[in-house]
Each structure stands twice: as C-alpha cells, then as structure tokens.
Write a protein that binds this ligand. Sequence first.
Ligand SMILES: Nc1nc2c(ncn2[C@@H]2O[C@H](COP(=O)(O)OP(=O)(O)OP(=O)(O)O)[C@@H](O)[C@H]2O)c(=O)[nH]1
Length: 304
Amino acid sequence: MSHFRAGFVTLVGRPNVGKSTLMNGLLGQKVAAVSPRPQTTRRRQLGILSRDDCQIIFMDTPGLHKPVHKLGEYMNETAAATLEDADIIVWLVDASQPPQEEDRLIAERLEKIGNKLPPVLLAVNKIDSLAAENLSARSAEFQSLRPTAEVFPLSAANGAGCDALLARILSALPEGQPYYDPDQITDLYERDIAADLIRESALRLLRDEVPHGIAVRIDEFKERSEEQVYIGATLFVERESHKGIVIGQGASMLKQIGTAARQEIEAMSGRHVYLELRVKVNKNWRDDPNALRLFGFVIEKEEE
Ligand SMILES: Nc1nc2c(ncn2[C@@H]2O[C@H](COP(=O)(O)OP(=O)(O)OP(=O)(O)O)[C@@H](O)[C@H]2O)c(=O)[nH]1
C-alpha cells in the first residue's frame, strides 16, 4: 500500500456543462443522472474510483446558479459546502458556448473563498462540438475568469483529454489509505439512485411539457431475492394539468417512463426490477421545506 493515494475531488460547474457525463466516464459506470436538461442532479453525490494505486472520491455538485426558489438555494448551499473540503476542484465549463453569467458567478464564488480554496483545474468540456482552430481562443475566454487555474480541454462524451485530467487529479491527492471498500462505487443508497433515474427518464420523455416541478418519492423498495427488486414510486407534479400529461393517453406516457426507468435501474443494479409508478399533485413543493425534506433534500447550512 505504499504510495497509495486517496482523496476528494469536487466537480463544479453550471447546469448542463456535462458534470454527470464526466463522472460517469471517469468511473466507467452510470452513477450520476445524465440528461439533456439542466438541473437533473439535485443531490450531492459521491462517485468512487478505486484502482490499485489510488482511490478518488468525486463529489458531483448540483449546478451553482442564481436561486429562484428554495430548491435553488439548497443546490447552491450544497455546492458551496463541498468546495473547501476537497483536495482539488474540477471546474467544468462548456466550450460550445462563450462564458455565461452563471460561469462568472462561479468564478466569483471561488474567488470569495480565497486562499482556503484547493487548486482549481479548469476542464473545458465538449471540445468535440467546437472547430479545432477556435479552441484556444475559447479556452482563453474561460481562463480569464480564473487566471490561476490550470486548463484541461476535454470531451467527457468521447473521453478525449480525460486521462490527462485524471493524472493531474491523482498528483494532487495526498498519500493515504482508501476511505471506502474498493467494491463500492457510490455512497448513495440504491433507492436514491433509482429515484434519480426515474426522474431523469420522466424529464427526458416529457421534454418541455412539464418543467422541473417534478419530484420522485420511493414508497417501497423490496428485495425479493438477490436477483429481483420491487420498487413502488410516486411522481409528484405541481399542477393537476401536469398529472394528465405525465400519465398520457391510456397511461401510455407513464408506461414509457416506467419502461425507460426500469431499464436504467436494471443496468445500474444488475438485477431484475419490477417498477410501479403513481402520479400525485403536490402544489408548490419546490417552495415547501417540509416537502423538500420528504423528497430527500437535506438542507445544509453554508458556513461563512
Ligand atoms: N457534445 C458533447 N456533449 C456533451 C459532452 N459532455 C456532456 N454532453 C452533453 O451535455 C448535456 C448535459 O450533460 P450532463 O452530464 O447531464 O450535465 P451536468 O453538468 O451533470 O448537468 P446538471 O446535472 O444539470 O448539473 C447532455 O446532453 C450530455 O450528453 C461532451 O463532451 N460533448
């Protein structure tokens, strides 16, 4: 175990820059929820990469952005609390667009923490979607937001540049023993991941018809055997009209959501899943602290 390294990496970035995709790619497994819509990742998640020479624990923060309601505040607080605790920070940005207001907010956030902040690696993602000759100018635009950051151009989707990032992360970790059993890939309970996967499937299939006012509660999670699990879950929507959309004609939409989610959960858990979904209306759950707690959002306090 000599020279074994172990430590924590915080992934930060505005919504939809590809944090979940990067983490899944680095871990080689689907752990975090990935979707083409922003704000899918609502919980603080750990992904654990265990190798013979190291254990890297990733904190996948929800996007830092302007809070518009209580859930937004929660996401910001969670993200901020994971910044200082890390051995190194990977700040992911989207090279397909110039820096946005939210990228600047993150830069300010990092700046505010000052010298307590661990080193920041600026991972310029989605280089596959940019003409090669435009890359250095685009990287420079992002680097101007944090001149001391080391820049790593990459594509989380096709893996280009990811090894170099991983090597740099490894060099920043202290020598030490692993924190977790090497077989463990996440500290999230399977049922929490299942809830995320159901929500992700719903958002993907519903497109823009029901905005982010959808939450998932796992009502039952019963292991019938080593190979079989029964999951009963409720999808909460904010409006009566949304309920009809989520259920669809002859329950067709709900069936599609159920099938897609079941396949994802089976891929994650490696066993057969029986999934039963219900839909209920819970108005304004996003502004209701009790409802947020019920749906598993732990409100953490940010220490100034
Ligand atoms: N072209 C391209 N698209 C990518 C790449 N990485 C991620 N994407 C896409 O970008 C979208 C967002 O990816 P996610 O991984 O869900 O982003 P996220 O940052 O985790 O988003 P939140 O959970 O909202 O914080 C998805 O449609 C991905 O397929 C990349 O390297 N290249």
